[in-house]
Every structure is written in C-alpha cells, then in structure tokens.
Design a protein around this ligand. Structure first.
Ligand code: SF4
Length: 657
C-alpha cells in the first residue's frame, strides 16, 4: 500500500486565520463569546471550542446584548451587522477577506444598478451572506441548466461566485449568461485555495486506487472534493475522521490518496496518515504471519465453532477452514460435537483451497485414516489387541470396523466355537488381533479367537495355581447333560453331578439350572492326572433332614401332605425333601385294603410321629394313633401286626432322600 497526501489538504488561509482568532478569544475569560453558527464545518473543532467556552448560536435573537459575537469565515449579510449594532453586541469579524471582497463587489454593483448573479448554492451560508449585500435580490444559479433559462435582456449583470464553487461549472454558467446579457461584469471569486485543492484532488484521485476525503459532512467544499474524487477514482470515501472508515476495507497493494476540506484541522489529517501507516504495517505483519495453505497440506488449527453439519477451524490463514461433518472422523457414526469442542487444537488435511466460496475445505477423517493405517501396521507387528464393532456377517466370516477399515474375521477365528452363530456378534464390540495384512491393497484379516484362547490359557494357569478341594467359585453353566451340568469356574469347566444339584429327587439337571446361569459351586474333588473337577452345588444348611429336626418331635402330631400312595401305605411330605411313611395299618382305626380309597394325593392330614431313624433317614407316621380306639375282632388285630412286621423289601421303599 502507498499513501499520498494532497499538499493542499486541510485548513485554507481563511479558516486558519479564523481559528487563530477564536483561539485567542478562548483566552479571554472576562467576556462571553458566541459564534453565529458553527465557526467552521468541522464538528470536532466546534466541539473543542465549546469545551473552551465558545458555543455557536443559530439566531442573534438569542443574544440579550453585551456579548461578543464571532462572525465566521462565510460572512453574513449587511442586515445582521445592523441588528447587532442595535443590540449592542460586539462583533469579532473573522469573515474570510476573500468573502469580504465579494460583499464589497456586490454592495457596490447593487448600488450601481447591476443585477447581481451569484453562482453557488443558494442554501450555503456564504451565498446567503453575499445575497444580504444586495438586499437579497440576487439571482442564484448552481447549474448551467438553471442559468440557461435566465433572461437578463437589457440589464446590467454582475456575476460573482461562491468561493468554494467548482470552477468548471462556474465557467459553463457564465457561458450561458454571456449569451443573454450584453452588459455583464464577471468576477471570478472562486478562491484560489479551493481551485488548487480541487485540481490537486482530481489529479491525485486519477492516480489512486482509493481516495479518502476528510471533512465535515456539512462542509460544502468537502462534498465538492468528494464529488470530484468519486468521478475519477474507483473507490472514494468521505469521512469526518479516519475512524469512520467502514470495516473490511481492503488496501492490500493499493495506492491510497488523502485529501481534506478547507475546514479539516491538520490533526485529523495526521491522525488519518498515522492510522493508514499503522494499517499498512499491521497489514504487512498480518500478511507475514498468515499461513499460505496448499491442497494436501497437513496443518494444525483451533476449533472456533462446532455446528451439526460442519466444524469451523482457525488455521492462522486469511480465511478460516471448515470440516464437513462427514470428514470429521473415520467413525461413520461420530457427530461433530462428539469429536471436538470449541478451543480444541486439531490437526487437519487440506482438501481444497480457494473454492468457490473462498473457504478452505478440510478433512480430519483423511488424516485419521492415514494415521490409523500406520497404527494398524504397528499393531499387527507387535500383536496389539484392537477393538472394533462387528458390522456384518459375510461368506465364511464377519466384518469388524476398525476406525473406518474393514477387518475380515473368518468364522473359525470369530469365537471359541467353530459353529457359532456369527449374527449374534453384529453390533457388538469385539477385541481382536491382526493376523494378516496386505499393505498395498489395504486388506486386513483379524482373529477374535486368538484373544479368547490367550485369555483362557491365562485363566487356566491362574486357576490351577490356587485350585483346592472345598474352594468356592462363582461359575457359569456352560452346558447340561442327563448326568449333570458343566460349569465354567474361570477358564476351567467342572461337573456338578445331577445328585449334587438338589436335596430333592430330580429327574434332570434342567429342573435346577439353565445354560448361562451364574451359580455358586465348590470343588468336591480334583483328579490331578486328568484335570477333571467335580463340583458340589447343594449347601449343608439347605439339607432338609437337618431342617426337619427342628420341625418334628417323636410322639407328637404333625401336619403333613400326602405325596405318593403305595399299596402298603402313603408317603407324606413333612417339609420339602423329607417324607414320612404312613403304613396302611396306620391310616385308619379299622382295617383297610386300599390306601387310595382313604387318602388323596395333595391332601393335608394330621399324623403322629411314631418313629425317627436319623441315620437311615426314615420317619414313620400314624394317623390311626390320633384316632379313637375301636374294638376290632381278634383276628383282624393279628393280621395287622403280621403286616407291620412282615415285608422287609417294602419297608426299604420308605426311605426318601
Ligand atoms: S476557502 Fe478561500 S475563501 Fe473560503 S475561507 Fe478559505 S481562503 Fe477564504
């Protein structure tokens, strides 16, 4: 960026003189000073004087008399001087001498009968002031079109110009006036300072890429400068101060021209130059510090925004980069917010620069994929255990997704069982090792089984180190046969015989346990040579023959339930697992031939405990003993006695474990 400041920028002679005089007035603390309207068209200068005690008024009627009024460079009409005299207001006249000269020309020619023509803006204070020296009867033209229709036939015409008017337009207007007026005097009262400033601005603007015009928004000469610059320079800004420059202006490698209106103090111009020079050095520093990125680069950046569909990354480059959601991770299920958060440093691959939107497209997934392959190769070399999710079952195996890579696991390597249903693994995370790798084709073969085998071996070694009869384990029922259940007690299976599963008589182990049940077992026996383990499951405290001891007393009655009926009597359950025999002779207080005619299975009856043999686990019960005694024929009694003593083989059936 190059900066050129117009030599004519800033205060003109008239404004500098006026400001000097007002500065001196500020030192006079004994009198009250006012200005009629803003002293110059620059808010910052006016505000500064206000702070020093000299404020503008809009109308002299605001004055009561005795004050001092400063008439500004634009000048005022004659009537204002007259009224101020009447009001006894002291005048400090800083009207620019070039403007005062116009007043004199107009006053004199008006008195001599000339029609006064003022070329300028009829609403500008200077023009209004000039008009006040010909009793406000001047014709005022601002454009050649306005002058074109003027008719001053048979009139003497005196033409003056607003000091800050555009010279070229003035010339065109005069050309029209000359055509209609035979008697015309023309005073080129455009101030040299203005003419020079406008000429220099035009030339500078034609050589610049950007023009900055400094001055008040209400300043006529500033607006004219801006208009000139805009006409020849592609980009022009009109600013009161450099701080008003819109954000985002690009001065990169630009030729910048600076000019300023006649009311613009030097301090504002200096401020602008300083800011632009700093801007230049800042820009240079930024340029230096900004990275140049190319497609294929791997760079680090900082996450500055996480959106559902993309992540924005500050790369320290001119533009921020973005990672589309699909490029945030090699895990297809990952969401942007699950991968990163604002403030995270992130390494990314530059996919594309200078795309249509001027953005930089990035990918973390690509980088992850490259890194992952390197990690997979290392893992394969050292036999590292990896984890991945089973995504599908394929011919002869299943596919495990490891960070975006498909790992084929043959059926024989998928589990301990060769005939396992692989569909059960779909969706589950499994641990595996790489057992084959094709670097060129990026193909991987894995094995879950090698992990399971290794784990099992380790468990077995640990088990045998501490295995001992009586030791209790929590195991898992792996399989069930007619003769018992095999239980995994930590890499080693033991057998719980069917007789060890329950204190009650059971026909099949499935009445007590199911495959997958977690049960507590203890080692009953270890065959060291064959490594076979017998397990116990029943607990001593659950032994019904121990429990029943507290439930019954010899010679006392008990409530029992008929559970089986035999020709020689009925078995009655005292508590679950312990039955007693009610012999046929003890069912009634009379002779009976068929127990089933007297009792029903499931029926509860009262019976007396007539005999207990704890060693042989036999209990005899009698209903009859609780019934009233009936007279019976002598032969019947003899038969009953004979039956009770006789069938030894039947009595053995009365045991129940
Ligand atoms: S521009 Fe010219 S006429 Fe106007 S105040 Fe400045 S010196 Fe005077």
């Amino acid at each position: 960026m190059s900066i050129t400041v117009a030599k004519t920028a800033g205060f003109c002679f008239g404004v500098a003189r006026a400001v000097d005089i007002v500065e001196k007035c500020c030192e006079d603390k004994d009198n009250k000073y006012y200005t009629l309207g803003p002293i110059i068209h620059n808010k910052h200068v006016v505000d500064d004087f206000s702070r020093k005690g000299i404020s503008p008024i809009e109308d002299i009627e605001e004055l009561s008399g005795g004050e001092k009024l400063i008439i500004r460079t634009h000048g005022v009409g004659k009537d204002i001087y007259d009224r101020l005299k009447e009001k006894n207001v002291e005048i400090i006249d800083v009207t620019c001498p070039f403007v005062k000269k116009i007043h004199n020309i107009v006053e004199r020619h008006h008195k001599e009968g000339y029609k006064i023509v003022i070329v300028g803006d009829k609403n500008h204070p200077e023009v209004m002031g000039i008009n006040g020296w010909c009793e406000n009867c001047a014709a005022i033209f601002a454009t050649p079109e306005e002058a074109k229709n003027a008719n001053f036939e048979n009139q003497k015409v005196c033409v003056v110009a607003q000091t800050t008017f555009v010279q070229e337009v003035f010339k065109k207007i005069v050309t029209f006036l000359k055509k209609t007026c035979n008697d015309i005097v023309i005073f080129g009262t455009i101030c040299n300072a203005t003419e020079e400033r406008q000429g220099e601005a035009r030339e500078l603007a034609s050589k610049s890429d950007v023009m900055i015009v400094l001055g008040g928004v209400n300043s006529s000469n500033t607006q004219k400068l801006y208009s000139i610059c805009k006409g020849v320079c592609p980009t022009a800004y009109c600013l009161e101060r450099i701080g008003d420059l819109p954000q985002g202006c690009d001065f990169d490698s630009k030729r910048v021209g600076i000019t300023a209106g006649a009311s613009t103090p030097a301090v504002i111009i200096k401020e602008a130059i300083g800011k632009m020079e700093n801007f230049e050095s800042f820009e240079a520093l930024m340029e230096e510090s900004l990275k140049t990125l190319n497609t294929g680069d791997i760079v680090k950046g900082t996450v500055i925004e996480v959106r559902p569909n993309e992540v924005i990354v500050d790369l320290g480059a001119k533009q921020d980069g973005f990672i589309p959601a699909g490029e945030i991770s090699d895990d297809p299920n990952a969401t942007t917010d699950s991968v990163c958060k604002v403030g995270d440093e992130i390494e990314v691959f530059v996919v594309r620069v200078n795309d249509a939107d001027g953005n930089i497209m990035l990918s973390k997934r690509k980088l992850d994929t490259v890194k992952t392959w390197e990690n997979v190769k290392k893992a394969a070399d050292v036999g590292e255990v990896l984890e991945g999710k089973v995504t599908e079952v394929v011919n002869k195996g299943m596919i495990v997704n490891y960070k975006g890579y498909k790992v084929f696991v043959p059926a024989s390597q998928a589990s301990e069982k060769r005939d396992a249903d692989l569909s059960e693994f779909v969706g589950k995370v499994v641990a595996f090792k790489i057992i084959d790798i094709n670097d060129r084709r990026k193909r991987l073969v894995g094995s879950v089984r090698v992990i399971l085998d290794a784990q099992k071996k380790e468990l077995q070694e640990k088990f045998w180190e501490s295995a001992a009869v009586g030791k209790v384990y929590t195991g898992v029922v792996k399989s069930i046969t007619n003769f018992g259940a095999f239980v995994d007690i930590g890499g080693v299976d033991g057998l719980v015989h069917v007789s060890e599963l329950s204190w009650k008589h059971i026909k099949h182990p499935s009445e007590v346990v199911s495959v997958g049940d977690s049960i507590e077992v203890y080692i009953k026996d270890i065959k060291e040579d064959t490594k076979k383990i017998s397990l116990g499951f029943k607990k001593a405290e659950d032994n019904p023959w121990e429990i029943v001891k507290s439930k019954i007393t010899l010679g006392e009655p008990a409530t029992v339930k008929i559970v089986r009926i035999m020709p020689y009597g009925a078995f009655a359950e005292i508590i679950p697992g312990v039955d007693g025999l009610i012999h046929i002779s003890q069912i009634a207080n009379r002779r009976i031939d068929n127990p089933a005619a007297e009792l029903k299975i499931g029926e509860s009856v009262e019976a007396k405990v007539t005999e207990i043999d704890w060693d042989n686990k036999k209990i005899a019960l009698s209903i009859r003993a609780l019934l009233p005694v009936e007279e019976a024929p002598a032969e019947v009694v003899a038969e009953e006695v004979a039956e009770v003593e006789a069938p030894a083989e039947e009595a053995s059936d009365a045991t129940e474990e």
